[in-house]
Structure formats: C-alpha cells, structure tokens
Design a protein around this ligand. Sequence first.
Ligand code: HSE
Length: 307
Amino acid sequence: MIKVTVPATSANIGAGFDSLGLALGMHNTIYLKEAQGPDIASLDGVRVPTGEKNLIYQTVKDLYNRCGRSFPGLYIRQQNTIPMTRGLGSSSACIVGGLLGGNALLGQPFTTDELVDMAAHMEGHPDNSTPAILGGFVAAVLEDEHVFYVKKDLDSSLHFVAFIPDFALKTEEARAALPATVSHKDAVYNLSRAALMATSICTGKLDNIRVAAGDRLHQPYRLGLIPGGDGIFDAAYSEGALAVFVSGAGPTILALVDGGDTGFCQRVQARISQNEQTARFALTRLTPDNRGAYVQQLDDTFLPAAE
Ligand code: HSE
C-alpha cells in the first residue's frame, strides 16, 4: 500500500497570475494499491467519484499506459481536507497524488521533474501543480510541455490565513470572467509587481509585498463573483495583514500575516462577523509547507482510517 500526502496550494499570489504559487500546511491523504477495477471510497465523508472517472484513478491509469504496463484497477481511499472548488488546489492534489502514487506503484520510473511536467500538462496550471509537488514558493512557466521553475522555501515566520467561503467557484467560471485583452499599462502594472513579489519573497524584503500583491489581470474581474470578497480584503488589511490576494481562481481569499501576530484571526473574525456577506467566510490559519507531496510505503494489509 502506498500513502501519498499532498499539500494545498495557492496560485497567483496577486500579480503573478498563472505563474507564482505556494504550498500550504493543509493536506489531502491518499492510500493506493492495485486492485481489480475501481474500489474507491472516502475516509472522511466528503463525496468523491467512486467509478473510473475518479481523477486519481484516471491519473494512475494514464501513468501505467505511458509505461506500457497493463492497469488492473485501483483501490483508493481518500481523505480530502482541502476543500473542493475553493481555489486551494484540490484538483491539483488529486493529480499530484495520482502521479506520485502511481509512480511508486510502478517502481519509480519517472523523475520528480518529469512528474512536475506531467502534472502541469494534466492540470493546466503549473502555478498550482508545481508547488503541490515541490512545496514552498514557486515561480513556474510551462513551455513546450516542460515546466521551467524556481522553488524557494518559505520562511516559517510567515503564516497564511485562508478565508474560505461557504460557496464554490469553478475555475472555468472564474477564467470566463477575464477579458480577452488587457492594456499595455495593466500588463506592466502586473509584470513589475510579479517580479517584485518573487524577489521580495526570495530575499525576505516583506515591506514590499503589499504593493507587490497588487493585480489588474484577474482579481478585479473575479471579485465580482465573490460576494463579500472586497470586505475580506478591507478587514484583513485593517487588522495588519502583510498582503491579501484571491487564492487561485477563488473564491478563497488568502492573507499573508506575521507568524508573531497571534491575535490576527480573532480581530478579523470580530470584524467580518458583523456583515452578512463577510460572515460567510470561515478562517483557517496555516503555516507554509516546504516539503511538498511525499510518498510512504505501507504494508498491503494496512487499513486506512481518517486521521
Ligand atoms: N492560475 C490559475 C487561475 C489557477 O487563476 O485561473 C487555477 O487554479
């Protein structure tokens, strides 16, 4: 039995649309072993597809096909702590879990970089799939089926507060809200800030990052699909967040906070509870994940249970 642990991710980090991402200390756990056909169940009551359309199942099957190995089927047990369709990389976690788990079942024929390429190709967004595999803060570009990336560990003094709403937003819908073209001025606004964000995170120059998180390519369009989102930005900045941005395609909003600011959540909660729309967001404080996804080999007789 293979156990794969995969972190949640937050893509874009404001200005770095489709290029920057980071891994968070919130994890899905997947147990896998070969079986006859699909034998799939959830460990925590979260509904998952139990047939061949299951994303983990599909991913492992695809990997077997690439190796020319016959695929008998798969036993999968999933614990989905990462909420689905909330902009925290839940589909990326399934693909990455399938790739790392399948690679382990096959005897590790693929290198980590090959898995990074495959994950980006399957998921479509290297800013989600790459930090899910590698952990940390990542800049990633997918070109000609290959991911060109840099990964940097995040300082453990940085904490993240995820404001997760009780409603979903599909990535397709959030992408459909984006304009087909943008002005040269807006393009420069973003590229200068994305460069500033990457270099500031890498060097620890955190006084830059509020400005570096500014964005004109996606957030202004997506916030219209996130009722209460503007109010979350205001509340988080009023209570001392270092930077606030829409996580991935949304609707979760992520605030970067100083790890020493232990009262942040309590103060923001008091503010957002007073408004019907912002009260729909639940707060979760998270640390960075610098390890990325990892595999453990267990005895085949092991019986998985929710952790
Ligand atoms: N960068 C992508 C987007 C991430 O914002 O649409 C999607 O998960």
